[in-house]
Design a protein around this ligand. Structure first.
Ligand code: CA2
Length: 152
């Protein structure tokens, strides 16, 4: 599959701090290490990744719009914007590529304000609670979905 579109892996606010703070919640792995692991898992499934992080909501919206015609699927850890962003919800609704909501922790087992996901109301599915492994499971789901749909 030489022309296979990449899987976009988009990360929201504060995820650049991974590995340096709150290891009891988020583990000791860094975002750079997660990127390397995602690239390896995607390659096993005939895909590449475009891996990005931003603390800016509008930048995530722009990347989702870009993914609309450039990506086979999107793995999205929108961080705290998961629970607040109508803009991300609407951007996901506006694109045809599948978006997989992904979390290191299990928001359902945490504070009440994390129990609502506006991203989840628009996403294809959710993978949460497995630490960095959540990303690898999401890459697998993304690649399987993409391989099912022609032209992706
Ligand atoms: O579990 C996840 O992946 C979250 O998306 C992480 C977000 C949180 O707001 C969501 O409810 C669940 C927070 C990301 C902040 O990451 C940090 C990493 C290290 C130190 C401080 C924050």
């Amino acid at each position: 599959m030489p022309d296979a579109k990449p899987i976009y892996v988009l990360n929201g606010p504060n995820l650049n701090l991974l590995g340096s703070r709150e290891p009891e919640i988020y583990g000791r792995v860094t975002l750079a290490e997660i990127e390397t692991a995602c690239a390896a898992r995607a390659a096993q499934m005939g895909r590449s990744v475009v891996f990005r992080q931003s603390n800016v909501e509008g930048e995530l919206v722009n990347w989702l719009q870009e993914a609309s015609d450039k990506a086979a699927a999107v793995v999205l850890n929108a961080g705290a914007y998961t629970h607040t962003s109508v803009a991300l919800h609407d951007a996901i609704k506006a694109i045809a590529v599948p978006v997989i909501e992904t979390h290191l922790s299990n928001p359902a087992a945490r504070e009440d304000f994390r129990h609502v996901s506006l991203v989840g109301k628009a996403a294809k599915g959710v993978i949460a609670g497995f630490g960095a492994t959540s990303y690898l499971l999401a890459i697998e789901a993304a690649a399987l979905l993409a391989n099912e749909s022609k032209g992706a």
